[in-house]
Design a binder for this molecule. Sequence first.
Ligand SMILES: [Zn+2]
Length: 418
Amino acid sequence: MLTALKGNILEALSLDTLGVHPDSYLVLEDGRVEGIYSILPESMKEAAVTDFGDALILQSFADMHLHGPQYEYTGTGMDRPLLQWLDTYAFPTEARYADTAYARRMYRVLARDLIRNGTTRVAMFSSLHTDSTLILMDELDKAGVTGYVGKVNMDRNAPPFLCETTEESEKETLRWLEGCRQFTRVKPILTPRFAPSCTDRLLAFLGKLKAERDLPVQSHLSENTNEIALVAQLFPDCGQYWEVYDKYGLFDSRTLMAHCVHSDIRERAAMRLRGVHPVHCASSNNSLMSGISPVAHMLQEGQTVCLGSDVAGGTTLSMLRTMANSISASKDRGSMMQDASQVISIEQAYFMATGASRSFFGQGIGFAEGELLHAVVLDDTDLPMFSGLTLRDRLLRAVYRLDDRHIKAVYSEGVRLL
Ligand SMILES: [Zn+2]
């Protein structure tokens, strides 16, 4: 069946290129992109057109780093740096997800709010609880959110109420992977919380599992200076933080590494050479006083950087706000260093929030022909439309000024969900 969305279509074609299609038709055949046309071709005149008027039609967002069980306290508890913050807020909250009824209730709200915010793709941490992790995957799957969820592995340096033995962690990881087979949209991703919370034996087990089953991996890297010092103490044979993951086969093109705030040129080169995707989490880096990531440098060096809301270190689930925060953080870095080359553009922010993660989703570029539609429709028509205002200006303004109340439609896998 032929359908079409009509409006101002904006595609992230590359880090530097915005595809701009004013007042155009995004034509779909059975939910798959057929093409973008300024005038509907004669052969497509039968298409059922949904006219969004002067609204902006964007690619929907990929949030490539967030913690499902932390969503409930987003916007609170941000008065401590990372390691103390984990002990004070994150660990006690995550412990509540031993209760599956509680998890069901909370994860349903999270799945709903992701769609409301135009996020249709994720890479998400759960807690260490297998059953609640499966519930999280179920709620995302039912809501139409696609992507990856990981049962967290942590067998040391965690409080007794949120720690597994190595044997438990191994056994539960295998049980979780069995349970994942029932989901179509949401897939498993191995999730050692971060190097300090996993023993060498557990990391070796996960590396072997990754190789055997060709699984992706997500974790944290060089977020905070005290964390880096702790890693050096725990893994004295590894010269740098990344070498811990690399040693155990957890550092390749199917790996997402959150933060990388303090990754120096050598660590960045290792990521680039192995095709690891750094995930920039500007809001969290600010909230937990971790530092300001050298994102512009990473992009200039050829890294494929994605964006993450990182709730609840980050203060918002909104990827619009996450893009704005990324631009603002880059300007803070530029100001501190008196170096304008540190600043990222709206094109770069939009690409990092959409297409940068495409290898994880088997996507092409922009609204690629033949792919199921992932899109979000933003209505900014209550804002002043002054003369000379371009669609690029409106995209930039959208990331600063719009929120979920302006989101008029969301499509995931070709289906309209909102
Ligand atoms: Zn995180």
